[in-house]
Design a protein. Sequence first.
Length: 271
Amino acid sequence: MSATTTFRVLRGVLITVVCAVISLPIIWMIAAAFKTNVQVTDPTVGLVFSPTWDNFRNVLADGALVHSFGNSMLIGVVSTALSVVIAVPAAWAVGRFRMRRTGSTVLVARIIPAISLLVPWYYMFAQLGLVGSHLVLILSHMFVSVPLILWIMIGFFEGLPVELEDAARTDGLSAFGAFLRIALPLAAPGTASAAVLAFIFSWNNFIFALILADERTVTMPVLLFNFMSYASTDWGGLMAAATLMTVPVLLAAIFGQRFLVAGLTAGATKG
């Protein structure tokens, strides 16, 4: 067997192992969503069983899951959109005008553990009467999303030819006009990838909503937590709700895959 064939076989085996490690928990979750609680906790029941839709009917019956789904979608979409509006022009300015010190200062917000800010956030927002509102969750998610998008887009803008913007400015556009008409359309793949990652963070965030939300603004991760109690856990309902929660981010990852690859590798070959 040649070295090339050996490498291909080894690569195929490694890819298969990685895919199995990633896929098996998801497969188990989906399968458990169609099992009874007894079947979920029975190790002898594998992937061959009589499926039931009772778990989905139960979690959708009282409307709590639909309500939390709407809250998560609202908070995720609005926080991501506002973060893109703020971070993308800032990333262009940092990349084009070499404002590295400013960029590093913003990055500090990404480095600081967000959980360490929850106590001062709670006190500050409580004084403003905002605790339990959608606004406080949107702002808290933007604290993480803005630096994330900023640092993804800096590399993307640095990878774009500056000569295109210089030509536009020679034709009479201002610097910001060149950004809007030249750089921004070219940066669409990077913007899309950054937006997808920011939305996934917002959708999956648990600790912010646990502390800053109330029953009116509860999000899906917190709702899933409510399926667990001291005495028992509704495994079937938990897995059904988790399966429904996974669908939006899975669709976002599938449809945004090509943008994610283009955006995350932007600037990698810039020399």
